[in-house]
Design a binder for this molecule. Structure first.
Ligand SMILES: [Zn+2]
Length: 278
């Protein structure tokens, strides 16, 4: 009887939390994370750096949905395609389309030094160089487009990458590739002269919170302090649909993960301090 009461209580809180999330899709809050420094909501370019195709749908979809809902341009830089390049690239493109990201904003690398798997260390200096190249190429592309379309660009910063988002030092699951990507972005932030670019990391939570589904929104709101932001997923069904595009990965335990993981419902982002020593 006690177990039944506990089960019913958890189910009620689960449903109430889901209602809170769905309610926020009808009455969205403007998180300060989505504002630029001037406090305005000018449309910006954000670079999401991930290790594998499916990271965007499994872990970062609340952030992507919040940004795209407000018209910001989210660009994805995926460092590895798991040794089955074309298949996983196609899956990433299809998932990105569900997440409202145009094809030209998605880059998936198939680099011999960045193959998927445990025990394969990815060099942080090489990763930082790739991030730098991507940001430089984007800036060139923007200048070219503005010239081609005869547009006025007030300063290059308006068209450049505004924020980088990636994993934190634990990488949600502890996967070494996620952690290496974090180190690569940190290395880039430490080395770059482009001080206007901010980097933010997805905060890893403990195992109980990780599988508490929508209930975690309350703990996320409560735990936010300092330079942290909590972004609720306004379209959790879209996240599920995006992950289902990764057919080579779409097995029963990932279906369960996407349904019960708190990362489907909320992301907590923390600013990476570019004064930290690696
Ligand atoms: Zn991954």
């Amino acid at each position: 009887m006690e177990w039944f009461l506990i089960f019913v209580s958890v189910a009620v809180v689960w449903l109430a939390s889901l209602c809170k999330i769905l309610h926020s899709s009808f009455y969205p809050n403007q998180s300060p994370f989505l504002n630029n420094n001037a406090g305005s909501i000018q449309k910006k370019n954000v670079l999401l750096v991930i290790a594998h195709p499916d990271d965007e749908s499994m872990f970062f979809s609340p952030t992507i949905n919040q940004l795209t809902s407000r018209g910001h341009n989210v660009h994805i830089l995926c460092m590895s395609t798991d040794g089955i390049g074309d298949v996983r690239k196609e899956e990433l493109y299809r998932a990105s389309a569900i997440l409202k990201l145009p094809l030209q904003q998605v880059t998936a690398l198939d680099h011999p030094d960045f193959q998927d798997g445990f025990g394969k260390v990815w060099n942080s200096n090489k990763l930082a160089k790739i991030v730098e190249k991507k940001i430089f190429a984007h800036a060139i592309d923007m200048v070219y487009q503005s010239l081609f379309h005869n547009l006025q660009v007030a300063t290059p910063h308006h068209q450049s990458i505004w924020k980088i988002i990636t994993f934190d030092n634990y990488g949600v699951s502890g996967h070494c590739n996620h952690r290496d990507v974090h180190q690569g972005v940190r290395r880039f932030i430490l080395d770059t002269s482009k001080r206007y670019i901010e980097a933010w990391e997805l905060v890893s939570s403990n195992i109980v919170r990780k599988y508490s589904g929508p209930i975690d929104i309350w703990l996320s709101f409560w735990s936010v302090k300092g330079e942290m932001h909590c972004l609720v997923n306004e379209h959790p069904l879209r996240s599920y649909a995006a992950m289902s595009q990764h057919l080579s990965q779409w097995v029963w335990f990932r279906k369960l993960f996407v349904s019960f993981s708190s990362y489907t419902y909320v992301n907590t982002l923390r600013k990476i301090n570019n004064g930290q020593v690696l």
